[in-house]
Design a protein around this ligand. Structure first.
Ligand SMILES: *Cc1c(COP(=O)(O)O)cnc(C)c1O
Length: 454
């Protein structure tokens, strides 16, 4: 019983339930009852008062720290390292510009992301254009801007040769290579396969054509990878191709790009306490030692490019929300309805996000199903979470939502909320405004015969 509620007692059917007091729950995890009242130096309450609920919050300080420590992990081990920010992970321009200020290139997988990177002032030569769907006009733009085009399939390779013949300009290209790294299912739908010789065939075609400049080799073997060894295999297979390019095709590959895929410190559903998440340092150790020991001459070591996304930003992002209601389900379980759901927390489909109360709470916790506000059965934020008793109007903080949620969010039933950045001086800035009905209807077109006065 919460004393605030004493004056206005609500009737709840009496029910005998097991309560936990600061103990381990049945999944062996500590209950998430420690209140989180501030993000950086700013109070959660003040953010919600000013910007509404729900609201996404990003810590600029944490993003910069993550970036710097990832760079340090690699450039203390290897002489030439470059990171390229994966736009699809979070392409808000303010966020991209933090990474670009830190020295990151841009990695894009569509025409609009490519144009966003140009708009953010990234020199064309520092943009990596990935993905299976590059349109001819986008490829032309990328060639004119001297960008790095990573070829995904033979159709694209032939298209590039065609376009380069017309433009009389040599595109700077790499191929994306897929391979067996011991992790299954293999991501063999992207790029050219290593084991069956397709990658080597593509490299031959590029060099033979005389129209393209082969500058790199790329792999992105998966996402949320928990195996450092897989990166050792990938690095070694790309090194093998690079050596063969030099010896047999007389072409020196300038860079090896190992893509992204390092895991953030989130908890995969059902994996509580199972697999420890390797650190960026552990990945860096395996990757750099593989390349350094491969047998390149020191002055011919390729540039090492990384396209890390989620590990750079996941833990810099928070979602603040508010309790709408509590309920008992027919089987007696407690349910709490929040004002945020899977519409803006796409990653709740595979993560068990840590959720903390944002104010002092009772020490008693109870297993709770946490629902979102949508009128849709699958809108479940947490299937079971051990939470203290929260009342209508209480706030919570969802942790580690910086990656993918603000690009994969959907406009379904509810509109997308504000995104607020806390800068390194603890000042808050809206970096994307909450959507409005006007905004939603801007692109709608009413045929004449359906107009109201017809
Ligand atoms: C999505 C993506 C990334 C970033 O992946 P993370 O798993 O978030 O690090 C990097 N490169 C390519 C080609 C991608 O598609």
């Amino acid at each position: 019983m919460n004393y605030k509620a004493m004056s206005k007692l609500k009737y709840e059917r009496p029910l005998i339930k097991k309560m936990n007091a600061g103990m381990m729950n049945k999944f062996g995890s500590q209950s998430e009852s420690t209140p989180v009242t501030h993000i950086d130096g700013v109070s959660v309450k003040s953010i919600i008062e000013k910007y509404g609920s729900p609201v996404f919050v990003l810590s600029e300080q944490k993003i910069r720290q993550n970036y710097k420590s990832a760079v340090r992990a690699f450039n203390t081990r290897y002489p030439k390292v470059q990171f390229a920010w994966s736009y699809k992970t979070h392409y808000n321009n303010a966020v991209c510009n933090i990474f670009h200020q830190e020295g990151s290139w841009a990695e894009v997988v569509s025409g609009f992301e490519y144009k966003k990177a140009l708009g953010n002032g990234v020199p064309g030569s520092n943009i990596i254009f990935n993905g299976p769907d590059k349109h001819a006009d986008e490829i032309k733009l990328a060639i004119e801007n001297d960008s790095l085009i990573h070829i995904d399939h033979f159709e694209e390779l032939y298209l590039l040769i065609d376009i380069c013949s017309q433009l009389d300009k040599k595109a700077r290209v790499a191929i994306r290579v897929n391979m067996d790294t011991g992790i299954y299912p293999m991501w063999d739908r992207f790029g050219f396969n290593y084991e069956n010789g397709q990658a080597w065939q593509a490299l031959n075609k590029i060099v033979e054509s005389g129209k393209l400049q082969l500058v790199g080799l790329h792999a992105h073997i998966g996402t949320y990878m928990l195996s450092t060894a897989a990166y050792g295999v990938a690095a070694s297979k790309l090194c093998d191709l690079a050596m063969n390019c030099k010896n047999e095709l007389k072409t020196t590959v300038k860079y090896i790009d190992l893509g992204g895929g390092f895991p953030s410190a989130n908890t995969l559903k059902g994996a509580i306490g199972l697999v420890p998440t390797p650190t960026v340092d552990e990945f860096a150790e395996v990757i750099t030692s593989t390349i350094l020991n491969y047998g390149f001459k020191v002055d011919e070591l390729p540039l090492l490019i990384l396209e890390s996304g989620r590990v750079m930003i996941d833990d810099a992002g928070y979602l603040l929300g508010t309790v709408l209601a509590n309920k008992r389900l027919s089987d007696g379980r407690k349910a709490t309805i929040m004002d945020f759901g899977v519409n803006i927390m796409f990653t709740s489909f595979w993560y068990d996000h840590k959720i903390s109360p944002a104010q002092e709470v009772s020490q008693f916790t109870e297993e709770t199903v946490m629902y979102g506000p949508l009128c849709m059965n699958i809108d479940i934020v947490r299937e079971t979470v051990s939470l203290p008793l929260l009342n209508r109007g209480d706030h919570v903080v969802v942790h580690k939502v910086g990656a993918y949620n603000m690009t994969q969010w959907m406009q379904f039933i509810a509109m997308r909320p504000n995104i607020v950045l806390i800068d390194t001086n603890d000042q808050t800035h809206v970096i994307r405004k909450a959507e409005t009905l006007d905004y939603l209807q801007q692109l709608e077109v009413m045929p004449q015969h359906l107009q109201r006065n017809n």
